[in-house]
Ligand binder design. Structure first.
Ligand SMILES: [Zn+2]
Length: 131
């Protein structure tokens, strides 16, 4: 099991990560909303091709925001697991009935992706199934 000091460290990591992603999402949302407003000096109507590019950029932004939103959800769940003292335990292993002591996600993995919910072998199994 992770020590209290380690849980605190991951809590800090997750909180900082969430603030950073939230900032990105806010910025992207603003930019996505701005696209479409013609702030150029040209008084000619927007060309159709230009409009297409703007739509494409907006779709791209929205896709990005959607992905980031999912990460924010994952972070929220990880923070919840910290408060429940189940953080760092592979969810998949637990579902398979393995004891918590045998389901720990390696700390190096948690440091790389603090909101990760599965150990390496479960993640690999999951990827095989989803392909
Ligand atoms: Zn596992």
């Amino acid at each position: 099991m992770l020590k209290k000091s380690e849980l605190d460290l991951f809590k800090t990591l997750l909180t900082e990560l969430r603030a950073r992603i939230q900032g990105d999402v806010d910025q992207m949302t603003d930019e996505a909303l701005e696209i479409g407003h013609d702030e150029g000096e040209s008084k000619s109507p927007t060309h159709l091709a230009e409009l297409g590019t703007q739509n494409y950029e907006r779709d791209f932004s929205l896709k990005f925001i959607e992905n980031e939103q999912e990460v924010l959800d994952e972070i929220g769940e990880a923070l919840h697991r910290i408060s429940e003292k189940t953080y760092g335990i592979c969810i998949q292993c637990t579902e398979e009935g393995k004891p918590a002591s045998k389901s720990m996600i390696p700390k190096t993995r948690l440091k790389a992706i603090p909101y990760v919910r599965n150990c390496v072998s479960c993640e690999q199994k999951r990827e095989e199934f989803s392909v």
